[in-house]
Ligand binder design. Structure first.
Ligand code: IYR
Length: 301
């Protein structure tokens, strides 16, 4: 008889059956106690327990109290009940002829290139503000508008941003990015030196709000906050291009928390992208890239 057989034989199965005779009723009683205690605490119609107050935050001049909303049994809607009004569709277009309008929009965006060499020539910041206004028209999950656009024109703050990013990018290029990654970037001729961060007349840092706050200070869910904010960034890029301004989408790796605290943004905001904005330098060059033709990006059914 093998060692395993011996163990199986010596195992008293009645022991398990006997144990369960006692364990099962104990489990049932425990469950009943928990069920009745829960009913006693919250009643049959569960009500909201005061949120745990962990911090006070000021956003747009309004002070929000509380961080974690642990017991939200009766959800408060993020949107109050709204009247639905008639809507006839688009009324403002680039051309009365839809084909011409679509072709014009294509021309505008096809004219866009990522610029890494900016002129220090000043720009009218109200133009950028209007483009940000346009970006704020982006659709968002449950209309939560989970974005914050920080417009930096102050030279001193731009220099500080550059310092933070260059220090991290040095480590990124030396250690964090894979050999494959840095090889793939060779055609773009990028490195850790980011002259454009101090040359470009303005920088826009776009933060996604991972959550928001209700009027009572409890947390508000921001559904699809990254997708919503990314769509807003896309609209911003188009608006800037349409207004004759150049931009670059940058995603400074590992710099989010330092930039967030430099700009004094709250912890619910996470840096998504940073755009230097302005006019291309006189001697600016871009890689001679081609875009995929329509038949390689469109599948018709
Ligand atoms: N963030 C780095 C690296 C970089 C990564 C990608 I993906 C690019 O398309 C371009 C650059 C930088 O800005 O240099």
């Amino acid at each position: 008889m093998s060692f395993v057989d011996e163990i199986i034989r010596s195992f008293d199965t009645s022991l398990i059956v006997n144990c369960w005779k006692y364990i099962f009723p104990v489990l049932v009683v425990c469950y009943l106690i928990i069920f009745l205690y829960d009913k006693h605490l919250y009643g049959s119609k569960k009500t909201k327990v005061a949120p745990v107050v962990e911090s006070k935050q000021k956003i747009d001049g309004i002070e929000y109290v509380g961080e974690i909303d642990l017991y939200e049994f009766d959800p408060i809607p993020v949107l109050e009940e709204k009247e639905h009004i008639p809507f006839k569709g688009a009324t403002v277009t680039l051309d009365a002829d839809p084909r011409k309008a679509a072709a014009r929009f294509y021309e505008i965006v096809n004219d866009r290139r990522s610029v890494r060499s900016f002129s220090t020539r000043p720009i009218d910041s109200t133009v950028v503000e209007k483009c940000i206004h346009a970006a704020g028209c982006s659709p968002s999950g449950a209309h939560t508008e989970p974005w914050t656009f920080c417009l930096v024109s102050d030279q001193n703050i731009k220099e500080q941003i550059r310092e933070i990013i260059e220090a991290e990018e040095f480590v990124n290029y030396q250690q964090r990015m894979s050999k494959q990654w840095t090889t793939d970037l060779k055609p773009l001729r990028t490195n850790h030196v980011k002259q454009y961060l101090s040359d470009a007349p303005c920088l826009v840092l776009i933060f996604k709000q991972t959550y928001g706050f209700k009027a009572d200070g409890s947390k508000k869910q921001h559904y699809y906050n990254e997708i919503s904010t990314s769509i807003a960034v896309g609209i911003l890029l188009c608006a800037l291009q349409a207004a004759g301004l150049s931009s670059l989408v940058t995603t400074p790796l590992n710099c989010g928390p330092a930039l967030r605290s430099l700009l004094g943004r709250p912890t619910n905001e996470k840096l998504l992208v940073l755009l230097p904005i302005g006019y291309a330098a006189e001697d600016c060059t871009v890689p001679d890239l081609k875009r995929k033709p329509i038949d390689r990006i469109l599948v018709k059914y």
